[in-house]
Design a protein around this ligand. Structure first.
Ligand code: HEM
Length: 533
């Protein structure tokens, strides 16, 4: 510790290094305190051969749903049990923070909601959550349709060009297209900025992708190299990263300045009742700036916007990518969705009301999130000692968790657990229409009536065995935004096109950082549907 702390004079870096060292020490000492918890020994190759969450699944089947994963001196507790997950995320939510995740994200998101310390989080969550109100979401559905239409038009133009050459299909990397669409949508929805990335490239777009790629690199790299003093000046990828960050920050600062100059301060209730159909700027930034009593410095506002930009872009694109990936391998399910879309929408655009009738399409979105949750792991670090409750499958409970213990809640394991799901690895959107109660002690089973008014399956219905947006106070603030967005974009794609994979499903490959995405792009063949006019 002494050797590390004297290598820098910057007090913040010094504190971070000390925190890291003391956490490592705590973990070393706590290994024994985790008592009789089963231990999985990880080999270094487990970190590089394939995504870590696959190995975590194998160990879950072998060791049970609470085990300790030891990599040399470093230990993590891996949780794949809904009762224990519920305890950590909801019942004792404030006994934990984001640990390693906050270390990685803080340089990018500052004090945005995801990495924020508890005090900042409490303040900002109270202000941001009301921004996602019903009238805003309705206006967003309209914007999702506008943006999805641009993507559909782009494909139609490409198809017309191919038809001149006698071909009836185009080949596109749908993952890349969904990323562009997702970026355009999040830019407009959060700060009324049109990236226009479906049709063009720009320095800001490049900077966003550069920043995402660095965040991903950090999340898969096990040494926090970015914390080393001078790294930002010496390491080329760090220099590029800070350059990208400056481009985005300058853009966001401009938007914040502009929003503040045109501020019309009013109460939350009045903001929530604005006539959004006549608003030029319906964005969340407008809401946050106009909200009476929510005065905040520009730096915090920028952190909030940056956090939502990063949190809401790749995640939604990944949901669409995997939904299409599974549908392309299940033509009868694609047909079933198209029949529903034709009967509800015909050739018109989705609205909030019509989405309520697109039940099967909504279940496809949920099933994509079940099989490939984004992110596959939730990360926590205990702030004080805790005792875990007993879990299903014989986990005794009573495990003592010392302060400073790093925990992975494996959402991937929960979502594919053979104990809670029939045929867990099979793509079956229909499963969400079945009500399944449980005789498992402490777990309430799956029951849609527990969440009245909800149109999408959620963690309350499934008593924490389904956690696509986390749960408890730190649950995703943009969940409805993301679900509606995915449903609109998927419905508008299937309304017009049939989709096949260009190669085998294996050729798509799979890699993971914060989200699970393809290794080689998701190249698909798109053709116009011949069964509709
Ligand atoms: C938090 C998933 C879209 C903003 C989270 C968490 C999950 C999640 C699992 C909880 C993380 C944890 O407990 O550690 C997703 C998925 C999305 C999505 C799967 C798309 C399908 C969005 C969108 C926005 C957003 C569109 C914003 C417009 C946030 C924020 C948090 C968060 C700000 C932190 C909440 C807090 O700590 O209070 N998201 N998200 N997300 N998400 Fe999302």
């Amino acid at each position: 510790i002494r050797c590390q702390s004297t290598s820098t004079e910057d007090p913040k870096t010094k504190r971070n290094l000390l925190d890291n060292a003391s956490n490592l020490l705590t973990n070393l000492l706590s290994g024994g305190n985790l008592g009789s918890m089963p231990i999985a020994e990880g080999a270094v190759t487990d970190l590089f051969d394939r995504p870590l969450f696959f190995s975590l699944y194998d160990w879950f089947i072998e060791h049970g749903s609470v085990y300790k994963l030891a990599f040399g001196p470093k230990a993590f507790v891996v949780v794949s049990d809904p009762i224990v997950a519920r305890h950590i995320l909801r019942e004792n939510a404030f006994g934990y923070d984001k640990g390693v995740l906050a270390d990685i994200l803080e340089p990018i998101m500052g004090k945005g909601l995801i990495p924020a310390d508890l005090e900042t989080w409490k303040q900002r969550r109270r202000v941001i959550a009301p921004g996602f109100h019903a009238v805003y979401l309705e206006a967003m559905v309209n914007m999702f349709s506008d943006c999805s239409e641009r993507t559909v038009l782009k494909f139609e133009k490409l198809l017309e060009r191919e038809e001149l050459n006698g071909r009836k299909t185009i080949e596109v990397d749908l993952e890349a297209e969904f990323l562009s669409l997702g970026l355009d949508i999040i830019g407009l929805g959060v700060f009324n900025y049109d990236f226009g990335s479906v049709t063009k490239e720009s320095p800001v777009i490049k900077a966003v992708y550069g920043t995402l790629s660095e965040a991903e690199h950090r999340s898969t790299f096990y040494i926090p190299y970015w914390k080393f003093p001078l790294a930002r000046w010496i390491v080329p990828r760090q220099r590029k990263f800070y350059g990208d960050l400056k481009v985005i920050n300058d853009c966001l600062d401009g938007l914040i300045r502009n929003a503040k100059e045109t501020r019309q301060e009013t109460d939350v209730e009045k903001l929530q009742q604005r006539d959004y159909s006549n608003l030029k700027d319906a964005s969340l930034l407008r809401f946050l700036v106009d909200m009476r009593g929510a005065d905040v410095d520009d730096r915090q506002l920028r952190d909030d916007l940056m956090t939502m930009l990063i949190a809401g872009h790749e995640t939604t694109a990944a949901v669409l990518t995997w939904a299409v990936f599974f549908l392309a391998q299940n033509p009868s399910k694609m047909k079933k969705a198209q029949t529903e879309i034709d009967s509800v929408l015909g050739q018109s655009r989705p609205t909030l009301d019509s989405i309520k009738k697109l039940e099967y399409t909504r279940f496809i979105v949920a099933e994509s999130l079940r099989l490939y949750p984004q992110p596959p792991l939730l990360i926590r670090r205990s702030l004080k000692p805790d005792t875990l409750p007993g879990g299903y499958k014989g986990e005794k409970g009573g495990y003592k968790i010392p302060a400073g213990t790093d925990i992975f809640i494996s959402v991937y394991n929960l979502h594919r657990s053979p104990y809670y799901w029939d045929r867990p690895n099979v793509f079956e959107p229909e499963r969400f229409s079945v009500q399944k109660n449980s005789d498992i002690e402490g777990w309430a089973g799956f029951d849609p009536s527990r969440s009245p008014g909800a149109y999408y399956p959620n963690e309350i219905m499934a008593d924490f065995s389904f956690l696509p947006f986390g749960g408890g106070p730190r649950k995703c603030v943009g969940d409805q935004f993301a679900l509606l967005e995915s449903t609109v974009s998927l419905a508008m794609l299937l309304q017009k096109f049939n989709v096949e994979l260009r190669g085998s499903p294996d050729s798509v490959g799979l890699v993971t950082g914060a989200t699970i995405h393809t290794k080689n792009g998701m190249w698909c063949k798109l053709s116009k549907r011949s069964d509709v006019q």
